[in-house]
Write a protein of this length. Structure first.
Length: 202
């Protein structure tokens, strides 16, 4: 009689343990189904967003044309080096060699900012700048930006100018037509790795 009771007790315990593991497995399967099927698109978007970095390159502001549709603004383009603050010493050295500017000046600007900052490239091309343009150097990227005004711009007194802070028209046509000329911000999207280094070619 005792043997039968013991056997029944063991079977009962085994059934309870099996039911417990079955319940845990069903919870895991339900959770996996929820993540993989129901929330698939949401989590995919979040994963992609973590790999993307938006680099602002200014504001898209409308151009001012003459009667022959020749633009008074945005006619000149210049290249800028965008620096990311990950390895300050290495980034400062690269920019200094590529743009032929003082490493101390570059390092000072980088240390005083928490966001990616830009340096105007105005010297002759060299091997470092070529590597930047090809995306082979970490911590830097080269972008081309339109200059709102240039040294050879015509009718500057008539065109006016915009504020450097909020990019709103302050004088001339820039001010009187500000509502029509104002646009959104523009930028470059870069693909980065887990250490926030830009992945070349993407």
């Amino acid at each position: 009689m005792e043997v039968k009771d013991l056997s029944f007790t063991n079977i009962k315990r085994i059934l309870i343990i099996c039911f417990f593991f079955f319940f845990i497995i069903m919870l895991l399967v339900t959770r996996l189904f929820f993540v993989q099927v129901i929330k698939c698109q949401e989590y995919s978007k979040k994963a992609v967003q973590q790999r993307l970095m938006n680099i602002s390159i200014g504001t898209d502001r409308g151009n001012i044309y003459d009667r022959n549709l020749i633009s008074f603004t945005g006619r000149e383009k210049k290249k800028y080096i965008i620096a990311f603050i990950y390895d300050i010493d290495a980034t400062s050295s690269i920019i200094s060699k590529a743009a032929c500017i003082s490493k101390e000046y570059v390092e000072k600007r980088i240390r005083s900012n928490t966001e990616p900052i830009e340096f105007l490239y105005s010297s002759e091309k060299n091997e470092y700048f070529d590597l930047m343009e090809k995306g082979r150097l970490k911590g830097v990227i080269v972008v081309e930006k339109k200059q709102r005004y240039s040294e050879t711009s015509l009718c500057r007194h008539l065109i006016g100018y915009i504020s450097k802070m909020d990019k709103k028209g302050e004088m001339g046509i820039e001010k009187s037509m500000n509502n029509y000329l104002t646009g959104g911000s523009s930028g470059v999207i870069a693909v980065v790795d887990s250490s926030k280094n830009i992945i070349p070619g993407l």
